[in-house]
Structures are given as C-alpha cells and as structure tokens.
Design a protein around this ligand. Structure first.
Ligand code: SF4
Length: 280
C-alpha cells in the first residue's frame, strides 16, 4: 500500500471517490473487536454532504468501510477493508451529524449510511440510527442485505428507508459477480416486505454483465410481488472507481467495459416500469 497513504484527512470528503487507505491501521486488533461488539467506535471512509441521489431529498451520507462482497464492478474497493477507514468514536460521528440537523430538515432530506457495507459495523450503525431518529432526522441505509439478520425487528424500526442493492438474478451469476450467494439479500427483501417497510432497489447496469433482459425482468417481478418497493434506481456503470483498483494493485476485470448507452438504460428502466414499478 505504500505510496497511497498521506496525512489523516478530515471526516468530511468532497466525494466517496476519494481514495482512502490504511487510516485505521494504528487501532489495536482488540480495540477493533471491542468496537465492533459494542458500536462505540466505527470506521468511516467519510461524510459527504449535499447528495441528491442517495435517498429522498438532500442527504448527508456516512460512508462506512468494510464489505464482505467483491463485486466485479465495485466503484469503491478501498472501502472493502475496514481499517482503511478513519476510526471515529460514535459520539464524534453523532456530533458531526448534528451539525446538519437543521439543514436536512429544511431540505426534506436525511442521513444515509452507505459503504462499503454498513452492516459490517451493525452495532455502530444501530447507535447512529437511534441518534439520528432522536434528532428527528430521516434515516436510510444502503445495503446488500447479506448481514441483515444482525438487526432485530426493533432495530429495523429505526430505519425509515432501506435501499437494497440487487445485483443480478440467479445464484450462479450472483456468486460470479459478488462472490456470495443471493439468498440472504432476497430474504431480507422478503422480511422488509412482511413488515411493510419502505424499500428502494438499486440496480447497477453493466454492459455484458448485468444487462440480460430476462434477469432484469426477474428482478422486476420479484420487486413487484414484494409490494413494498417504492422505487427502482437503474444506475449506469461508470469508470470513476477504476483508478482505485489500479492504485490498490488489484486486477480489475472491467477495465475495458464502457458505460451503458442512454438507450440501454432506458430499456432497463422500461422493463421495470412494464412490471408496474416506479423506475428511474
Ligand atoms: S456490495 Fe457494494 S461495496 Fe461491497 S463489493 Fe459490492 S459494490 Fe463494492
């Protein structure tokens, strides 16, 4: 990792596409384990402000580090490793959030916990969610759902909106794309549906990887049958994260993959709409 470390950056970042590595390396392993167990400390890539694409209204986004998946198209592979993030006391993270409280309410926004995979640090996230709700801030988590069983029903109550990433359809394709089984994600969607908990689905459209119309239609039908999916976001693959793979010295399988065309995005959106979903 030499050559990619620098001085400790601020918690606030201009963009999650800033490369951040090794920022939590000084934290002893026992402290990491304690932090994960009690949630008194978390590891954050950054806070970014002013997002209009990570949930309703204008959002503050807390980008956590740590992810157990290895999506071929991941834009932020520096967030896979928890210790790449800044170690932050939960009290400090809550104070950071408090700064935005009034503005978020004025702009009908809220806080979104994204990553990485926020549920890698489920106890920290639960504390942050409770604090946000205590401030009257709308809460969203963007998750792959894989570790959702770590959350009790009472803890789910503190989440106003779940943005669930459904990456593809079929277990074999899912394992090829992410390294993990699809069932935990789908089971989480079913659990949220049974609770009538609002959900958005996020789907990344990647040419020659996730653009099979049959797969998209299967995701659409699944989402329709759930009954709690308010919105589908079709997100065009882009190469803004490519430099991170290079800087981290990792082989990037999608080096030559281009962004989908506008027409291809429209075709995917249309499949979702044809199944009765609000897709964008
Ligand atoms: S789940 Fe998200 S953060 Fe994790 S590897 Fe996939 S795209 Fe990257």
């Amino acid at each position: 990792m030499s050559g990619v470390t620098g001085t400790q950056p601020s918690l606030e970042a201009a963009s999650p596409f800033d490369l951040r590595v090794d920022l939590g390396n000084d934290v002893p392993e026992t402290d990491v384990r304690t932090a994960l167990a009690n949630g008194d400390m978390g590891f954050l890539h950054s806070f970014t402000t002013g997002s209009a694409v990570d949930g309703p209204g204008v959002r503050v986004v807390a980008w956590t580090t740590g992810c157990m998946w290895r999506c071929l198209y991941c834009h932020n592979p520096d967030t896979w490793t928890m210790r790449n993030g800044i170690p932050v006391a939960v009290s400090r993270a809550i104070e950071e959030l408090r700064k935005y409280r009034t503005g978020l309410k004025v702009m009908a926004g809220g806080v979104t916990f994204s990553g990485g995979e926020p549920l890698m640090q489920d106890r920290f996230i639960v504390k942050m969610l409770a604090a946000a709700k205590g401030m009257g801030i709308h809460t969203t988590i963007e998750t792959n759902g894989y570790l959702s069983e770590r959350l009790s029903d009472a803890e789910l109550d503190s989440i106003d909106l779940v943005m669930l990433g459904i990456k593809t359809w079929g277990n074999e394709k899912h394992k090829m794309l992410t390294g993990r089984d699809i069932d935990p994600t789908l089971n989480f969607a079913r659990r949220l549906a049974a609770r009538k908990q609002p959900m958005w689905v996020r789907f990344v459209l990647v040419p020659n990887l996730t653009d099979d119309p049959d797969d998209i239609r299967n995701i659409a039908r699944f989402a329709t049958e759930l009954g709690n999916v308010e919105r589908i976001d079709v997100l065009p693959f882009h190469q803004m994260g490519r430099y991170k793979w290079e800087r981290l010295g990792m082989r990037y399988a999608l080096d030559a993959t281009e962004s989908p065309t506008v027409e291809a995005c429209e075709r995917a959106v249309e499949i979702f709409r044809s199944e009765g979903l609000a897709a964008h």
